[in-house]
Design a protein around this ligand. Structure first.
Ligand code: NI
Length: 185
């Protein structure tokens, strides 16, 4: 089932999300729905707050990038209650976008590598190191669980440039090819 994506200005995107346990109702169905929603919207990552749920869960699937990056073909994960253990001082600039912030793409500085602990969809614990683009996507999604958005991290000058675009999203003036929940005012 496709879930509507909450766009910039919705309070749920600014909440610190709560951990969940195995009793969370219909969790597998939710994870399936998040993958389906993300694929339909041509995204590579989607966090639960983006579908209106302030819980610590996100999904990533980088298979869409396999033409240029064969090593990403099998990178499809659901991460539950993730905990960032380490973030490298070495960083990389790269362009990001977000399904909750349609029409805006900006350069963001991220750690080149991270170490993260998380539960998979079977509640099996993993500790993994991810690098480069994988690390970038995971940092972006992890930020969603902390109530942070990539536009918070762009340079002050660029932030001035995108201010009116962000306001248009809040006002519901920005069109998308996917179903959204606009900020209620
Ligand atoms: Ni995002």
């Amino acid at each position: 089932m496709i879930l509507p994506i909450h766009t910039y200005g919705n309070a749920v995107l600014r909440k610190v999300a709560e951990p969940i346990d195995e009793d969370y109702p219909r969790l597998q169905e939710l994870i399936d729905n998040m993958f389906e929603t993300m694929h339909r919207a041509d995204g590579v990552g989607l966090a639960a707050p983006q579908v209106g749920l302030p819980i610590r869960l996100f999904v990533v699937d980088l298979a869409a990038l396999k033409e240029d990056n064969p090593e990403l073909a099998d990178f499809r994960l659901a991460l539950i209650n993730p905990e960032m253990l380490d973030m490298s001082e070495a960083s990389l600039q790269g362009e990001e976008g977000c399904l909750s912030i349609p029409g805006i793409h900006e350069n963001v500085e991220r750690s080149k590598s991270i170490q993260i602990k998380y539960l998979d969809s079977n509640f099996v614990e993993h500790v993994d190191v991810f690098e480069d683009f994988k690390a970038r996507v995971i940092q972006h999604e992890y930020d969603h669980l902390e109530g942070h958005l990539f536009t918070d991290k762009v340079s002050p000058i660029r932030r001035q440039f995108i201010k009116s675009k962000l306001n248009n999203i809040v006002k519901g003036k920005t069109g998308t090819s996917y179903k959204t929940v606009k900020a209620s005012k």
